[in-house]
Write a protein that binds this ligand. Structure first.
Ligand code: SIN
Length: 358
């Protein structure tokens, strides 16, 4: 019998952390217009009570409400709280796995953040961290949240032969590495992983599994979690027809520490940006190039030679590249104090140069 009660705290259990999102959303007229709703309305306890009978036998589940919000309002300090809480839970012998219910809008950022800060620890401690969410609110007739939550808890608790532990996302019957999440559709039920390398949850695809193993093997060390108020300020700027030099010049007068350039095609940007971006580098602003196309990779010195110090994002989308750059800047600053003289580019490369799924 599945237990969903805090009486199970002293037993091995799966911890489900509620963050809000559409999975906890309510529509005013669920039959007539399920797409018009308010995210983050239902508590994680109620979501779990609703699926109790569908959970695999002998899984004890404990819930904790970390937030109940629309994830478009996700703050960096909440990411810090989430990361710190997950690190505590990874060290707790009674916690066998962790599920996070999260809004799909910024799952992409949280997935990359958790991989980069907790992924190695999860692997060596033999635990899975699984993010899930939903595209339809909890009271919609065809709500997808209940099934996603059951699948996520199963994935977090099932010892699967040969399948490494680490940080995953489960939705719509599919599983992917959480660092591969990228919401690519406004309403499709599989929006956050529709363009990501995935496997069906119930039938592991061997070629996906071998890529997962290669990525996990290459991930040797977690980056430090920035303190709540100390996340480096990094912005995303998109290149487009009619882009102006003065957009970049505007940022030169700010305290921004890094810019992610969502370029056209393979990650090129408007020629009018070249001169002010050189100035940005001279001022010590970190630059990362990615592509606004939404898929494919951005490689060094393609389409043109990169300005000295500017990094290509590999397969990281702009939102993920932004989190990676923030963590890299923070790591370079934090670890400088402890005597490791590595640059932000060294740390960024660890994330951007992981083996690619093809
Ligand atoms: C949110 O991200 O909180 C709202 C959208 C969603 O969960 O699908």
């Amino acid at each position: 019998m599945s237990q969903i009660s805090n009486a199970t705290e002293q037993l091995p259990h799966i911890l489900v952390l509620g963050m809000g999102g559409t999975i906890a959303g309510l529509a005013a007229d669920p039959e007539g217009n399920p797409n018009k709703y308010k995210a983050g309305q239902v508590g994680i306890d109620s979501l779990l009570a609703h699926i109790a009978s569908a959970l695999p036998q002998n899984i004890a589940v404990i819930s904790e409400q970390l937030a109940n919000m629309n994830s478009r309002n996700l703050s960096e300090s909440l990411l810090t709280d989430l990361g710190n809480r997950i690190q505590e839970c990874l060290n707790d012998l009674l916690v066998k796995g962790i599920v996070i219910t999260h809004g799909t809008d910024t799952m992409e950022e949280t997935g990359l953040f958790l991989q980069a800060t907790c992924g190695h620890r999860a692997q060596i401690l033999g635990k899975r961290i699984v993010i899930t969410g939903a595209m339809l609110p909890a009271n919609a007739p065809a709500a997808d949240g209940p099934r996603n939550l059951v699948d996520a808890i199963s994935w977090a608790s099932m010892p699967l032969e040969n399948c490494p532990n680490g940080v995953y996302a489960v939705m719509s019957g599919k599983v992917c590495l959480a660092m591969d999440l990228a919401k690519r559709h406004g309403s499709a039920l599989n929006a956050p992983l529709r363009d990501s390398p995935t496997s069906p949850v119930n039938l592991i695809n061997p070629s996906w599994l071998s890529c997962v193993k290669a990525v996990q093997a290459a991930w040797g060390e977690d980056l430090p979690i920035p303190k709540a108020e100390e996340w480096p300020w990094v912005e995303i700027l998109t290149s487009h027809a009619g882009a102006r030099a003065r957009t970049i010049k505007h940022w030169l007068t700010s305290e921004v520490l890094g810019l992610v350039l969502a370029g056209t095609g393979a990650g090129g940007f408007h020629d009018d940006w070249s001169e002010p971006l050189d100035e940005a580098i001279d001022r010590g602003i970190a630059l990362v190039r990615t592509s606004r196309t939404g898929s494919g990779a951005t490689y060094p010195h393609i389409p043109e030679k990169d300005a000295h110090g500017c990094m290509a994002s590999g397969t990281l989308s702009a939102p993920r590249a932004r989190i990676a750059l923030q963590l890299a800047l923070n790591a370079a600053e934090t670890l400088k104090i402890s005597g490791k003289a590595l640059t932000w580019q060294d740390f960024f490369a660890r994330i951007a140069n992981l083996p690619e799924f093809r």
